[in-house]
Ligand binder design. Sequence first.
Ligand SMILES: *Cc1c(COP(=O)(O)O)cnc(C)c1O
Ligand code: SF4
Length: 338
Amino acid sequence: MNKTLRTLPDLVQHDLVDENDLPALQTVVEDFSLAITGQMQQLIDKNNPDDPISKQFVPSAQELDIKDNERVDPIGDEVHKKVKGIVHRYPDRCLFMPVLVCPVYCRFCFRKEKVGESSETIAPDEIETAFDYIEQHKEIWEVIITGGDPLILKPAALKKIITRLNAIEHVEVIRIHTRVPVVDSKRINAAMIDALKCDKAVFVALHANHPEEFTPAAIKACAILIDAGIPMVSQTVLLKGINDNIEVLSTLMRCFIKNRIKPYYLHHCDLARGTQHFRTTIAEGQKLMRQLRGRFSGLCQPIYVFDIPGGYGKVPVGPVYINAEGNIEDYQGQLHST
Ligand SMILES: *Cc1c(COP(=O)(O)O)cnc(C)c1O
Ligand code: SF4
């Protein structure tokens, strides 16, 4: 398998960017990290200007077009940051971010200002402070390990974290947010499974945006996790020109289900800086959700959510089937009284 591409010269060498764009792209990568795993690179069809994998990971000069409503911290992590590595926004669950490094950097990432920054790496004493915070807050029922991508950690490092959380009595659920099973599948091996095994319920939430990401290696990595007794749910970002049509979106949802992964969230694209070219309108997202409903298995239905800028949390923004008069619309658009 090819190495991870990390620099613009790497991309030039693999014919993934146009040399004329280099000055602009240089500015882009100064602010927003770059990495494309060999696994993702192999999927890119260089003859397709709309390639859905390339669009997700190859930097573009469009990222320099920053809109007034876009923010450095679109979902308000800073507002609810308690100690380094802990974001506690909802009462019963908190985020724990042991790393801010990812195997790939998604150009639309809601934490694109933070990920890949060495200054954001958490030191061992800071990790202890984060565990203390969780220990002292008995209302924390679930810890969501995110970042960055926690499955980029070596199994031994991850095992230490899981073991420590496992020992906190009031933490009953551990959820891991990751893209590793699809972008760098070989990391999911016996040592990783051993690191994840504990007495608490461990869930893995997989971030995937296009059916092409489901390569045989990705399918196998997910099966290894699920066969080990780790349930999986999905997260997808709704992305213009990538998955914002019903054929791609329904195929993606079916890929999740076929592979025993329950569709969980379809995220409206957050207002991170320089991501306008990825964003649909909420009305467009609602239309897609209407197209999914009824025509595709109920198992294939994610919840369409928007994370309100400023740290107010995620809310469902899917279509509404009941109107002000109390009439209910069926999936084919016909109204019925209740
Ligand atoms: C997204 C998020 C969660 C998880 O929310 P769920 O609705 O439980 O998936 C928790 N905390 C923060 C700060 C979040 O951004
Ligand atoms: S893997 Fe997640 S955290 Fe990392 S760049 Fe992609 S969206 Fe951001």
